[in-house]
Design a protein around this ligand. Structure first.
Ligand code: YH5
Length: 301
């Protein structure tokens, strides 16, 4: 009899990663909740800004809500990666990100990742309590490898060809899977050379960054291939434009599509799901886990 291979080809649980005081474990998919400290992001820009600027009370309220709904990481970003977005200066990014990181770690004791490509922001956010560096440019900015190594924090390396500003034009890849694989092979070796231990790295294929709809779907269909590194895998698909193209939905009407994409990612071995809608994603993951072998023996009633 011919049996189909499972979607997820690696069944053993990856070792946990130490993120500052927090141990991030991978027995179950973890949820990273998005918190944009920007006035101009795609999906939730300007939410925490009042007349006086960034309002930390609103930020803490939103972070608490995401934690209560099941997020284990809050991803704080101060730079919009939207093509054509006004570039943010270093001082502006520091001003937005550092107080937010300090407030969420200090007041809520939560694990915070800092979504930045800037070496100074990496250092200052680490001092303020961040437990993870999430860099959409995969530490390719001048000084970023050294800064990340200095903090000693784990890092998420995301695949993107070029820069957010130049990536918008559909890129042509001979083979998108091969390109992503070559990219990680190079970045993993550069990280190792900079003194970032391999076991501190998370990989992310970078959905929506310079990729066509077809390329994004190819990446997701073949996501299990990224388990070859035996490193945790993060995916960010929540509310992204591929759903606009696929379903003709505006950014506020993409939750069902986002859940389907997140579920397909979990089936293919994703370990961390970066989302805007934490509660709905937690329900999806809990239903998925209830169908896993052994669940009723281990935690079901
Ligand atoms: C990611 O995939 N993405 S910021 C466009 C949207 C909605 C959302 C048009 N940071 C990732 O979330 N970090 C971002 O609607 C990320 N992986 C990691 N590691 C883009 C974003 C978005 C863009």
């Amino acid at each position: 009899m011919i049996t189909k291979p499972p979607l997820s080809s690696v069944s053993s649980v990856l070792p946990p990663i130490q993120c500052a005081a927090h141990r991030l474990a991978f027995e179950r998919p973890q949820i990273m909740g998005v918190l944009n400290a920007t006035p101009d992001s795609f999906s939730d820009g300007g939410r925490y800004f009042s007349g006086a600027g960034l309002d930390l009370t609103l930020v803490l309220k939103r972070a608490s809500q995401m934690l209560a709904e099941g997020a284990t990481i809050i991803d704080v970003g101060g730079e919009s990666t939207r093509p054509g977005a006004t570039p943010v200066s270093e001082s502006q990014e520091l001003e937005r990100v550092v107080p937010v990181v300090a407030a969420i770690t200090g007041e809520l004791g939560a694990l915070v990742s800092v979504d930045t490509s800037n070496p100074t922001v990496m250092r200052e956010a680490a001092s303020a309590g961040a437990g993870l560096i999430n860099d959409v440019r995969a530490l390719r900015r001048e000084g970023a490898l050294a800064a990340a190594a200095e903090t000693g924090l784990p890092v998420c390396l995301m695949h993107m060809r070029g820069e957010p500003d130049t990536m918008a034009g559909a890129q042509t890849y001979a083979d998108v899977m091969l390109e992503v694989h070559d990219f990680f092979t190079r970045r993993l070796s550069d990280c190792q050379a900079a003194g970032i231990a391999r076991d501190k790295i998370i990989v992310d294929p970078g959905f929506g960054f310079g990729k066509s709809l077809a390329q994004n779907l190819t990446l997701l269909r073949n996501l299990a291939q990224l388990q070859r590194y035996q490193l945790p895998m993060l995916v960010g698909l929540s509310r992204k434009s591929l759903l606009g193209k696929l379903l003709g939905r505006d950014v506020g009407d993409r939750l069902p599509g986002s859940l389907a994409l997140a579920h397909e990612s979990v089936l293919r071995g994703a370990n961390i799901i970066r989302v805007h809608d934490v509660g709905a994603t937690a329900d999806m993951i809990n239903v998925h886990l209830a169908l896993q072998d052994g669940w009723f023996e281990n935690e079901g009633k």
